[in-house]
Design a binder for this molecule. Structure first.
Ligand code: URA
Length: 240
């Protein structure tokens, strides 16, 4: 997420905004090796190498959390009218510039990861990483073996979009479990709708091998440790 250079340096406690403007205009700051004299220049604290007088300005510490997202809350970083998952965080955590890893719909509950590590988020979301997301769905109708086979073959959505093969497990009656490796817009709802089984209730149970059962009470967050992160992305290390 890009941020003004003078703001970033003041948040790192290097000097006040006004002092920093002078420092930057004086040519003492480099971004990726190039002198930058515009305090308003936007930089990416995760990706850009920033130095002051040749000394690297420390990057933000990378943090990772899990939440059981309640229904009725948006999984975005800000919204002028509706409550977001970040509004649920205590003030000291709101300063970390966390963002949700992928999205759950407003009426979907369950496991949501939050981080300030864009690389991690990208990998969890990307179908190439093969991270499975498992959902429990209650639908209008009774899914059956023909639906299971259609999911395994790759569902074609109403607009012609072809989904990767996915797993559908029958849970008895109108309950089923869907496992996908991609995160298209409203994907699970659209997959089940394409089989004539519209979703009434959706809850995410796991991301990779990290289970919702390991999350605290709905709306509260818990910081993930190295072991948790390896459950999400095998072999992931925060040491970069
Ligand atoms: N698929 C959906 O349709 N909705 C979600 O919130 C997540 C996956």
């Amino acid at each position: 997420m890009a941020i003004r250079l003078d703001r970033l340096l003041s948040e790192r406690g290097i000097a006040s905004r006004s002092e920093l403007r002078q420092i930057i205009r004086g040519g003492r700051v480099r971004v990726n090796g190039q002198i930058v004299t515009a305090p308003e220049r936007h930089v990416d604290p995760e990706a850009d190498e920033i130095t002051l007088d040749g000394v690297p300005v420390l990057r933000e510490r990378l943090r990772y959390f899990m939440m059981d997202k309640p229904e009725g809350v948006l999984s975005v970083t800000e919204d002028r009218r509706q409550q977001t998952v970040l509004d649920l965080l205590p003030p000291e955590l709101r300063r970390l510039r966390l963002f949700p890893v992928g999205r759950l719909d407003r009426d979907t509950s369950g496991l949501l990861l939050l981080t300030n590590d864009g690389d991690f988020a990208h990998r969890v979301i990307s179908p190439r990483s093969g991270v499975e997301k498992r959902y429990r769905a209650e639908v209008d109708g009774v899914p059956d073996e023909t639906d299971v086979r259609a999911f395994a073959a790759g569902i074609v959505l109403a607009d012609g979009t072809r989904c990767l093969p996915a797993r559908l497990e029958l849970g008895g009656g109108s309950v089923c479990f869907v496992t996908v490796m991609e995160g298209k817009y409203h994907q699970v709802k659209r997959m089940l709708a394409s089989r004539g089984k519209p979703v009434l209730k959706l809850r995410r149970l796991s991301v990779g091998a990290l289970e919702l059962g390991e999350a605290p009470a709905p709306g509260r967050i818990r910081e993930l440790d190295a072991e948790d992160l390896c459950k999400v992305l095998k072999g992931w290390s925060t040491v970069k």
